[in-house]
Design a protein around this ligand. Structure first.
Ligand code: SF4
Length: 107
């Protein structure tokens, strides 16, 4: 996903592969995990869709991804609004961020 540190305002801004589309500035210094992304050859449309079946398909890809943890961490740290990242849907990510904000010591 591009612009993870400064999430874009619209879903339609997302045209690239979720991991491969990261801009360098948004990735942790060690971004080698991106090369292992299970979604590298998947359609980004699955990851940035409103359709439940697409979202489920994206999450299934994430389940077999060896870099689910750094991917999720990047999305959470950057406040990524759109798409499936690290096996989390937008709703799940919002919930986790909200809970972290409510319980800052638990993070
Ligand atoms: S966890 Fe999901 S979105 Fe992240 S790199 Fe892996 S397959 Fe792609």
């Amino acid at each position: 996903m591009r612009n993870a540190a400064s999430p874009s305002d619209t879903r339609s801004d997302r045209h690239e592969h979720p991991a491969a589309g990261h801009s360098v500035s948004t990735l942790p210094e060690d971004d080698t995990w991106v090369a292992q992304a299970a979604c590298r050859d998947a359609s980004p449309d699955l990851f940035f869709s409103d359709r439940a079946e697409d979202i489920r398909a994206a999450v299934r890809i994430c389940r077999r991804c060896p870099v689910v943890e750094p991917c999720r961490a990047v999305a959470l740290a950057s406040g990524e609004r759109f798409g499936v990242w690290g096996g989390q849907t937008e709703r799940q990510r919002r919930r986790e961020l909200r809970q972290a904000a409510e319980q800052p010591d638990a993070a």
